[in-house]
Design a protein around this ligand. Structure first.
Ligand SMILES: Cc1ncc(COP(=O)(O)O)c(C=O)c1O
Length: 317
């Protein structure tokens, strides 16, 4: 089903009318920040996974970009996301908030631009396809390096940062792989184009520390879940050849959820399918996001709970 409504600058508008002019700063310079969030069908109706954490990261991304005047506060954005899912009558869907430099600022100064905000939603099931979930995917080490931490801000989901992901994933898919693994400027494993990465060796989990990568909310959720399940987790530098000899490698992100890597650079990983630890975490994660694990119920924000405080069109001071 097509999305009917999009939230644009304080109110819901028909999606066909959610347009921006050609001279929108973000279109020319990548000066926007965004989030990828998911709503899941649950027994309490559609519920958005870790919505407050995503919206907090959105606002932080904008602050990292240098935005100082926000047209809407955090609570308004949270309620607006719920309102947009509700208006579209979606259950399983993807939520895309975007804060963008709208008009002005063509002198390359954030302070001279107007800030706009939009929230779109669309129905989206598996980002990598159903087969990927069961069997795992094939990845390559990208010929493109992940951003140096003082070139682009890796803690921010700044739209312009994603040109780097486009370079890597396009190359990867043209080469016949499904996803690219990117190394940081020191040559250690960083992350994929839109996912964080874990490896499993001897039943223990390892993940690159957060210095050069996005602080993924799925990664954070999996660290919590895995610890609760009794797995040991180490955050440390990981080299490319450590991936080749891992028992399992898996990636995680809001869009991809939890996906095993069955092959990297033409080397079979483990048994060549999603391994037992990957499948275990995948299964628990899918239960968590559908409100079937009471321990993590706080992570889900049902969209049908009444909107408090008149939310959607209230500009911040
Ligand atoms: C570069 C990058 N790394 C990691 C992630 C995973 O983050 P999250 O789990 O918060 O979606 C994403 C997706 O947002 C991403 O774009």
């Amino acid at each position: 089903m097509e999305s009917q409504f999009t939230w644009m600058n304080g109110r819901l508008v028909p999606t066909a009318e959610a347009n921006v002019p050609f001279l929108t700063n973000a279109l020319h310079y990548g000066t926007a920040v965004f989030e990828g969030v998911r709503s899941y069908k649950t027994e309490r109706g559609p519920a958005i996974f870790r919505l407050r954490d995503h919206m907090t990261r959105l606002v932080n991304s904008a602050r990292i970009l240098g935005v100082r005047q926000f047209p809407y506060d955090l609570e308004t954005l949270i309620q607006a996301a719920k309102e947009t899912v509700r208006a579209n009558k979606f259950e399983d869907c993807y939520v895309r908030p975007l804060i963008y430099l709208a008009s002005g600022g063509f002198n390359l100064n954030v302070d001279y631009a107007q800030v706009g905000v939009g929230i779109a939603v669309w129905e989206w099931n598996q980002y990598m396809g159903p087969e990927a979930l069961a069997k795992g995917i094939r990845a390559n080490i990208s010929s493109f390096t992940r951003h140096h931490v003082n070139v682009m801000m890796t803690k921010a989901k700044i739209s312009g940062n994603y040109a780097n992901s486009f370079l890597a994933r396009t190359e990867s898919m043209r080469l016949g792989f499904d996803e690219a693994i990117m190394l940081d400027t020191a040559g250690n494993v960083a992350e994929c184009t839109g996912e964080n990465l874990f490896l499993v060796r001897g039943g223990r989990l390892f993940s690159p520390n957060l210095s050069t990568v996005l602080e993924g909310i799925t990664r954070d959720s999996l660290v919590t879940i895995a610890r609760d399940l009794g797995y040991e987790i180490y955050e440390q530098p990981i080299t490319r050849d450590q991936l080749y000899v891992a028992d399992e490698v898996f990636v995680c992100g809001t869009a991809a959820e939890v996906i095993g890597l069955r092959e990297i650079d033409f080397r079979t990983i483990g048994t060549g399918e999603s391994g037992p630890v990957t499948r275990h975490l995948q299964q628990v994660f899918h239960r968590v996001v559908r409100l079937q694990e009471p321990r993590y119920a706080d992570w889900l924000d049902p969209v049908n709970l009444p909107v408090t405080s008149g939310a959607s069109a209230v500009p911040a001071e």
